[in-house]
Design a protein around this ligand. Structure first.
Ligand SMILES: [Zn+2]
Length: 285
């Protein structure tokens, strides 16, 4: 994807190189248990933690000792690139929402190393990129993309990163449209298998939205970009991940969809460019 010299999003905060190695002192009374959802891009079996039930404290006095290191030139370039990609999602989603008589509220993005605290709880880099609806933020440790290539076998190319960003922004769109909370509601009282099915519907719709975004962003795409996105979608399908990790596949435990489904929904978004076609969930049909 062509990105050099283009507008960078103002909504990106870069916390890389600053790891907060502080201890959290708990103060005040426990306010209760807050259920929050984290929407992960892919991730290894067993690390998929949506929904996460997080016990949160009403007041936290955090004492932080900051350790800093300078970013390398490559890391700085990566930061600029994702800020351009994120800006492209802002432009496209403003346009799509306006076309449908709605107003788009821009999400935030935070780049981090190793560990991050969010309104959905804290997370480490090994969960992969994720979106937290409670603070409407996409969290990314950019070193994930090396893994996507080295461990997941995805084709190298910056459009793999664009696809992942667009997928996470897809979860933000679901938050604005109320789809997230509707699914969360439907998951209450359901067994794991049924709840997983709903989760698959949400994830495939996020892939579909990534495809719609790619269509609107076509003027910046390079010839192999769609193949690169499909290769990334292939690599993070539940069946592909389970086969690699466990040597076998258990469809009832799928939370993101198979490689085939992820590719199909991405392509449906790309081919139609119509957000109304993303009916991956029964109640949308
Ligand atoms: Zn996701």
């Amino acid at each position: 994807m062509k990105w050099e010299g283009r507008r960078e999003s103002k909504n990106v905060s870069d916390k890389r190189g600053k790891s907060a190695a502080g201890k959290t002192a708990l103060g005040g009374g426990l306010i209760g248990i807050i259920a929050v959802l984290l929407y992960l891009f892919g991730g290894e079996t067993g690390k998929q933690i949506a929904p996460v039930l997080e016990q949160m404290n009403s007041q936290q006095n955090t004492e932080q000792t900051e350790t800093t290191r300078n970013l390398t030139e490559t890391e700085r370039q990566m930061g600029k690139m994702v800020a351009v990609m994120f800006a492209d999602t802002e432009d496209v989603w403003h346009q799509i929402f306006e076309e449908n008589g709605m107003q788009y509220r821009e999400p935030k993005m935070e780049l981090f190393d190793d560990k991050v605290n969010t309104k959905c709880g804290s997370a480490t880099a090994d969960v992969g990129p994720f979106y937290c609806p409670a603070d409407e933020t996409v969290y990314m440790d950019l070193r994930f993309f090396e893994e996507l290539h080295n461990r997941f076998g995805a084709e190298r190319g910056n459009f793999a990163i664009a696809y992942v960003i667009a997928h996470e922004v897809g979860h933000h769109v679901q938050t604005l449209l109320g789809t997230n909370s509707k699914v969360h509601q439907l998951q209450q009282g359901k067994n794991q298998k049924e709840s997983n099915k709903l989760s698959v519907g949400l994830e495939l719709q996020a892939d579909f939205y990534a495809g719609v975004w790619s269509k609107y962003n076509q003027k910046y795409l390079e010839p192999k970009d769609i193949d690169i996105a499909l290769s990334a979608a292939q690599a993070v399908g539940d069946d592909a991940i389970q086969k690699r990790v466990n040597g076998q596949v258990n469809p009832d435990s799928f939370t993101h969809g198979t490689s085939q489904q992820r590719k199909e929904w991405f392509m449906k978004g790309f081919n139609t460019g119509d957000i109304k076609q993303g009916n991956t969930l029964d109640f949308l049909r």
